[in-house]
Design a protein around this ligand. Structure first.
Ligand code: DQA
Length: 144
């Protein structure tokens, strides 16, 4: 089972950006953890990060026929991007939306998730562990 983990803008700044909101672990640390968690779950995993909306759309399209599941944190594009929503719907690959912070408890402008409308589940406010929970959920979801 192949899973693609996609991260949107500024996730590469983890550890530097607003540590009170996103924690002190770096993006490199997240990648290390993703590798460990994928191995533990017996999943093949690739990861991708971009600060550019169109690149994220391209990556979702390229996943068609190649990946069984997607874990996606579209970051700020969550709240603005119909293009990412449409790409997820176009490929039809089961996707789980992850947010490191608890977006429901944050600003009004973060209360809409477009991408979430194409996802089978949303995990938020769990810190980096949310990515592990998303991969574990997808494994169960795809097997049953
Ligand atoms: C985020 C929440 C978004 O509102 C924000 O724009 C991000 C990160 C999160 O992981 O908590 O960049 O997706």
């Amino acid at each position: 089972m192949k899973i693609l983990v996609i991260n949107g803008p500024n996730i590469n700044m983890l550890g530097i950006r607003e540590p009170g909101v996103y924690g002190s672990q770096s993006y490199g640390e997240l990648l290390r953890l993703l590798g460990i968690w994928a191995d533990e779950l017996g999943l093949e995993m690739e990861h991708y990060q971009s600060n550019h909306e169109g690149c994220l759309v391209d990556k979702i399209q390229e996943a068609y026929g190649r990946f069984d599941g997607i874990v996606i944190n579209p970051a700020a594009y969550t709240h603005t991007s119909i293009a990412i929503l449409d790409a997820l719907k176009a490929v039809g690959i089961p996707a789980v939306e992850v947010h490191i912070s608890d977006v429901k408890a944050r600003e009004d402008f973060r209360q809409i998730s477009y991408a979430g409308r194409a996802c089978v589940k949303t995990i938020m406010g769990q810190g980096l562990d949310g990515y592990r929970q998303a991969m574990a959920f997808l494994k169960e979801y795809l097997y049953h």
